[in-house]
Design a protein around this ligand. Structure first.
Ligand code: ARG
Ligand code: ZN
Length: 847
């Protein structure tokens, strides 16, 4: 047995302290004899001195069996072993370090390093999991080639690179430890082929547990489209003879880009029409692409240190968003990306967890795989592209790939390529990497005597540890319409570089401003645009994003005024929504997005921004009333709209059909407010795909249907991924006053597996994110429930516990009573022995 005491060291690591290693490793030779409780890991590391200093290897929770240099066992005086390090004194300039370690993958519930999931062995090494497998320089700037031999009585043995003999793998591409992977188990593959533009024949495999073979087709298709797209758009071809993807049930994150051996949370790879929704299909497409794209942006060119995480993640998210926009509707993709950014990143940026896209210090790097690093990081790339233009972006990327292939790089390296390729000075732009917080851009305009005057002002809010920030470079795309809705000035990009800028034009008549088109920068706008102008934009703007945004602004304004002033829902707004809903000239997916009301969390944050203390219960009720008002306005049209959006023929995950189903789902929710669930019941009973079934299921749960939960369960109880949806929906669509008790009861079921992150997130996330009014129950029961589970989970899986703790990050928005309850729950947690992950989070959230 190993010591299970949590790692409580709170050592802060700083970007400024970066130093290269004195002794590096150029080749790793691994031999693993797999056993659930006594896996033996023999490592032979080819080491070479490159500067003065002692060699300190990382190794965590390893039992040492032997240690030798150049074949000679090491005397005790020549090394020092601790719980986390192996220090070697006076090593030669070049030598072979041989270690044998023993580990117990079966006992590893943190899902980091080598662990077991449903009888199969798998690994997760990013960020610092390799040190739980063997002693090594576990940092991204040490890049080595690998030979791996796996010994196990299992049919499928996989590692990185190319298979040279059964169970023996060679990876010729030097890589850091975090890209190492190993999989062994009873798996079956779906196989396909791809020939690269360089003429390389590549075997593509998706490995799954027997029984899941029927659910791999879509991921395979997405993989081939990703490979072709990266060749066409970025000129990047694949570089090994095999590309393996493995589906794993127990996984902390979405997926992992290990060289030649991507490992996926099964939720993001397995799909069939009967078990996955349109949203699942779209996520699978995006994540398969994301991990594949990492082969160049992440693997061939990696990060010098973990502070540079956005170098690979921001860029790769940007690339997968571009890909999805090309595969689907670009405007719909953009609206979805912005909704996500605002929901997750703006919230993070507005609270105690705000940090720069490139953080400058951390305790636990796993706590920085955040919306800021990923999604804001992607927005920063999008702004760079806008500023240097498409040709400049292509030239900068080409230089980056050419100059840095095979290297571990920094943001400075990246930006230098664009400065050199385009001649543009990016020093002010670089502030986007170091200044946290969402900039606020206020817009004022005036028209008189034939002159139109537009003033933009920017401020960057204070965030933890950062005040008095400098103005950023903000690309603001804008255009003008006349009041009849014709465009009178097409899109231009204003580069706001000062705290304030004013533009003036001669115009015959007052224009209607369309500003921040395409959401050209990740900023908040402060702009009191009139209802009439918003209605004009919603009906006529040439920029689809701003068309949607105008409708969103109107809806939000109505909801906020309803909450704060009890204002009724006016006909002008309802008519405008109805016009969009019924406009057959618009993409159904767009119409669905336009009809969706701002989320409860969005409204809570907006109230807070306006200086009003949000009441989650009142927000929930207001949103329900708004929905009923929309339903009343559209009442006579709803049944026809349901029929119009029918998708005859068998289900396909294509965006066009998915759009129709999305609009039908919104219509069904509206209908349910009127018929109490009749239409939803008919849809549920007749559904031939999971998208329609889930849409109807959630409506029926909200309508209080007494049988539907049991019916669903009876049909799907053997399907883990489908049951995750059931667990989540039961909590998210529960009546708020009952949500905590329902969540609690669900955690007591035998099929609630606390070691499976998907199941845990279904219930806890279903409450904290899916049912804010339930989570914020004034009696504090939601807070207590979450805190209890954080403590339980932290003992086995600190990473997942830390991630779930972010549900508390917006606590200062709420009233004094709720704040007191949350801070008491957090303080109680702080009094317990916590992991490094969770204690860092709780400390930062409390501030
Ligand atoms: N690099 C992976 C991706 O974005 C994420 C892995 C993060 N894992 C972790 N334990 N922090 O595709
Ligand atoms: Zn990634």
């Amino acid at each position: 047995m190993r010591d299970a005491a949590p790692d409580q060291s709170q050592t802060v690591i700083h970007l400024a302290d970066y130093a290269p290693v004195p002794v590096t490793v150029t080749h790793v030779d691994l031999h693993l004899r797999l056993d659930p409780l006594a896996t033996e890991v023999s490592a032979r590391l080819t080491c070479r001195r490159q500067g003065p200093g002692v060699m300190v290897l990382n190794g965590e929770g390893l039992d040492m069996v032997s240690l030798a240099i150049d074949g000679v066992p090491l005397e005790a005086s020549r090394y020092m072993l601790t719980d986390t390090t192996l220090t070697l004194h006076d090593v030669p300039d070049a030598f072979l370090l041989e270690t044998v370690a023993r580990i117990a993958p079966q006992e590893n519930k943190a899902l980091e390093g080598l662990y077991m999931s449903n009888g199969m062995y798998c690994t997760q090494c990013e960020a610092e999991g390799f040190r739980k497998i063997t002693w090594m320089l576990d940092r991204p700037d040490v890049m080595a080639t690998y030979d791996v031999e796996i010994e196990a009585d299992l049919p499928v043995l996989l590692s990185n690179g190319d298979e040279v003999a059964p169970g023996k793998w060679h990876d010729p591409w030097p890589k850091p430890t975090y890209l190492f992977a190993l999989v062994a188990g009873n798996l079956v593959a779906t196989t396909d082929q791809f020939t690269t533009c360089e003429g390389r024949a590549v075997t593509l495999n998706i490995w799954v547990r027997p029984g899941d073979e029927g659910r791999t087709a879509y991921a395979m298709d997405a993989l081939k489209r990703s490979m072709a797209w990266d060749e066409t758009v970025y000129g990047r071809a694949y570089d090994l003879s095999v590309f393996n993807i493995v589906a794993v049930d127990d996984f902390n994150m979405g997926a992992m880009e290990n060289k030649g051996l991507n490992i996926f949370n099964s939720k993001y790879v397995l799909a069939s029409p009967d078990t996955a929704t349109d949203t699942d299909f779209a996520l699978i497409e995006g994540i398969v692409a994301h991990e594949y794209f990492h082969n160049w942006t992440g693997n061939r060119i990696t990060c010098r240190d973990w502070f540079q995480l956005c170098l690979k993640e921001g860029l790769t998210v940007f690339r997968d968003q571009q890909f999805s926009a090309d595969m689907r509707s670009a405007p719909v993709q953009r609206i979805g990306d912005v909704l996500q950014l605002r929901a997750r990143q703006f919230r993070e940026d507005a609270g105690p967890l705000a940090h720069p896209v490139r953080p400058e210090s951390f305790v636990e790097i796993n706590n920085f795989y955040t919306a800021t690093v990923y999604e804001k990081g992607a927005e920063v790339i999008g702004m760079l592209r806008r500023l240097v233009g498409d040709a400049g972006y292509a030239a900068g990327c080409a230089l980056y790939f050419e100059r840095h292939d095979g290297q571990a790089c920094t943001i400075e390296d990246w930006l230098a390529c664009f400065e050199e390729a385009t001649g543009r000075d990016l020093s002010q732009f670089k502030l986007w990497y170091s200044q946290a917080g969402t900039p606020l851009v206020s817009v004022t305009e005036s028209y008189g005597d034939g002159t139109y005057r537009l003033t933009l002002r920017q401020t960057v809010p204070d965030t933890p540890g950062q005040t008095d920030k400098a103005p950023m470079v903000i690309p603001v795309a804008w255009g003008l319409l006349n009041t009849a809705g014709d465009e009178v000035r097409p899109t231009e990009v204003l580069e706001l570089t000062e705290a304030e800028t004013t533009l003036t034009f001669d115009l015959d008549a007052r224009p209607v401003l369309s500003v921040l088109r395409g959401f050209s920068a990740p900023v908040r706008l402060e702009y009191q645009q009139s209802d009439t102008d918003r209605l004009t934009l919603l009906a006529h703007d040439t920029d689809p994003f701003n068309r949607w945004e105008a409708g969103r602004a109107l809806s939000k304004d109505r909801l906020l005024r309803h909450i704060t002033e009890d204002a009724p829902f006016d006909a002008a707004w309802l008519d405008a929504l109805a016009a969009v809903a019924l406009n057959d000239g618009l993409d159904p997916a767009f119409r669905a997005l336009a009809l969706a009301l701002p989320s409860e969390d969005d409204l809570a944050q907006s109230l807070h921004d306006a200086g009003v203390v949000p009441d989650p219960t009142a927000i929930h009720a207001a949103r329900k009333r708004a929905f009923a008002a929309v339903a009343d306005r559209l009442a006579t049209d709803l049944p026809r709209l349901m029929d119009d959006m029918a998708t005859p023929g068998p289900y396909t995950p294509e965006a066009s059909d998915a759009g129709k189903r999305a609009l039908r789902a919104v219509v069904l929710r509206l209908l349910t407010t009127q018929d109490g669930g009749g239409a939803a019941r008919a849809t549920y009973d007749g559904a031939d795909n999971m998208t329609d079934r889930m849409a109807a299921f959630t409506c029926l749960l909200e309508a209080g249907d007494p049988n539907v939960a049991d019916q669903f369960e009876a049909q799907w109880s053997d399907d883990r991924l489908v049951m995750d949806k059931w667990f989540m929906a039961r909590v998210a669509h529960a009546e708020p006053t009952r949500a905590v008790q329902i969540a609690r009861d669900l955690t007591a079921r035998p099929d609630f597996d606390a070691n499976n992150p998907n199941r845990v997130r279904s219930v806890l996330g279903g409450l904290t994110a899916g049912n804010p009014a339930g989570f914020h129950n004034p009696d504090g029961s939601g807070y207590e429930f979450l805190a209890e589970w954080l403590l339980i989970l932290d003992k086995s899986n600190p990473q997942t516990a830390a991630r779930l703790s972010t549900a508390f990050d917006a606590w200062r928005r709420y009233d004094a009573d709720r704040q007191a309850l949350i801070s008491a729950a957090l303080t109680r947690l702080q009094g317990q022995p916590l992991s490094r992950d969770l204690s860092e989070m709780v400390g930062r959230i409390l501030g």
